[in-house]
Design a protein around this ligand. Sequence first.
Ligand code: GLY
Length: 378
Amino acid sequence: MSLEDVVVIGGGIVGLATALELRRDGFSVAVVDRFDMGRGASWAGAGMIAPTAERPSNPLERLRDQSARLYPHWAIELKDQTGIDIGYRRCGGIDLALEPSEAIELERQVLAWENEGIAYESIDLSDLYRIEPNLNGAFVAAYLLPDRGQIRNPRLLHALEVANRSAGVSLMPGVEVRSLETHGDRVISVKTKSEEIFSGIVVVAAGARTGEIVETAGIRLETPPIKGQIVLLKTEPGVLTRVVEHGKNYLVPREDGRILVGATEENAGFDVRPTAAAVAGLIAEAERLCPALAQAEVERAWGGSRPGNRDGRPYIGRAPGLSNLFVAAGHFRAGIQLAPATASLIAALIKGDETPVDAAFFALDRPPSTAQTAAIRS
Ligand code: GLY
């Protein structure tokens, strides 16, 4: 049995960032995760950071813009605190359409960038060769987003883990939550396989497992697992320098010559094993976008279960009817992209501070929104 001010369930990027923020505010905090810290969906992403926006017009756009602005500070702070370089680079990005039908979809994105005040430039064939000489030149539309960035997920997660530990957060890997025990309008403890953790506040940031955990406290929330597979290639440094996006697929080049190729979207429950068909498809896509990658070494492939949501927005807020249960989950493909501002928002809600964005937009019991074009895919 232990007693904490806050128990965070889920040691992914959102859980670790929230724990660190609350610990810095003086709370005693424990983080439990059924596996090792940071090995869920956060580990399986490619670490694409959105460009900043001059005119974010709704709370989701603001959450993304705030996170994009926080990342360079995170990089400096985490380097100071842990010695780990999280690989933050404002490397820029290129979005491509290879078919006329894709160009129509890309034009919708361009309109959204324009409305949101995201910097972009149209690229013509002769310029593409100059900007990224190894990309397939047979595109029908291409745009440069100079403010896109990237981080290296495993390094970021490792840095957050080390920073939490040295700040005094109790990290509890390999601990599976069985249920939330309630009394009246409060959660009184978190029951795991082997112990009961008593806590003033509980934050569930357990990715796609969030729905099943909060259900034990009578809260219905849809966080369906959406499998994403990714392949890591290794080639010479400099074959690509920018993040390349093509529909739902992307190439994310690291400075050491590694290139992440992602990602699938599959309904496969919690099965995260890489499959032959998906890996073959991703490698074919990599070769199509950048023919030089046909010669790259295949280093590994892996998968993760992203937490879905019901209407394109994550759930960030207090659980209806339970005064001390909070949720930060359902970020789908944008967990890395939205984590810094998500942690600030949930910490502000817990402390009763003014929130940096309108929290009602992310409330668990909000009316379902009508779908909007996301300006930035990830
Ligand atoms: N955020 C990257 C992906 O979901 O594929």
